[in-house]
Design a protein around this ligand. Sequence first.
Ligand code: TXA
Ligand code: MG
Length: 321
Amino acid sequence: MKSKIGVQTELAIQHLLNNELVAIPTETVYGLAGNALNEEVVSKIFAAKNRPKFNPLILHLKDISEINKYCVNVPELAYSIANKFMPGPLTLLLKKSDVVPDIVVAGSDKVAVRIPNHPLTLKILQELPFPLAAPSANPFGYISPTSAKHVAENLGEKLSYILDGGECSIGIESTIIEIENNKIILHRKGGISKEQIEEFTRLKCIDSEIKNTIQTPGQLKSHYAPNTPLCRGSLEDFSGEIKNKKVALISFQNKNIVKENVDYYYLSENGVLEEASVNLFKTLRILDKKNYDLIIAEILPNKGLGTAINDRLDRAQFIHK
Ligand code: TXA
Ligand code: MG
């Protein structure tokens, strides 16, 4: 049976109260949501995504006052960051309270919490008596969904309802940070830039890859990946390899350069990073349907949202099926 796509929050709430799975819109990507406090429901989320149980889920809350229900020993700095950036594309990794089932956090003593900035999903969260566990609504390892249609394409059969909140306004997952001894550790680059956090806190963010601490599985190398082989760099870098191949080039902006036998795709016609992030996953999905032999994705400016976009494109290049 095909699942329904619609805009009815009441229907979404009913299904969630019945312990079923519902896709929810957020400003970053669509989530595959269920009752976070019910272990069976959380187990169904892992199964629907084909996601390994060692990869924990983010807890989606309705507002900042909920943080101290699900987290303990929350540092003042975390609250001040939450007040500045939540609701929004930021996730805080905090010490968990006993209320959060172990399956949500994959046995860790920490839980990732976020308040999504989307009116329909905030409405649902405000009316539900529980928070929502929600990973991105894509099969494990594949490109994240930024529209209801994307969700339906891959997971439609497995969901009771897909709440259609339009195209995601940020288009890339939330930034994940942790506060440790008044230091900020950046676990995943995302919708809030490192610069924004550093400017607000006046503290340096330490990249968790550099610090070499526990890594979040979102940092797995092959992730966000199309089935078509993808390489990073410029057309010139691959000039030897593209002969007799059907090639797509993902370019940050339109520089009016045209080369025969190459199809150009611009993430942002005029080179605006916010627009590029909205178009990133959509473009990868479009290209993956076109039977290219090779996708070449140029490197974007490494600042602001550009670092998160580069991160996703880097990870997209590792699966060559
Ligand atoms: O923007 C987002 O964050 C989206 C929307 C739907 O909210 N969600 C999302 O979820 O991207 P997911 O499951 O695709 O990615 C969450 C990342 C994973 O890499 C996971 O390993 C990490 O967060 N994570 C979650 N809980 C964690 C925990 N307790 N400790 C360490 N990492 C955690
Ligand atoms: Mg994901």
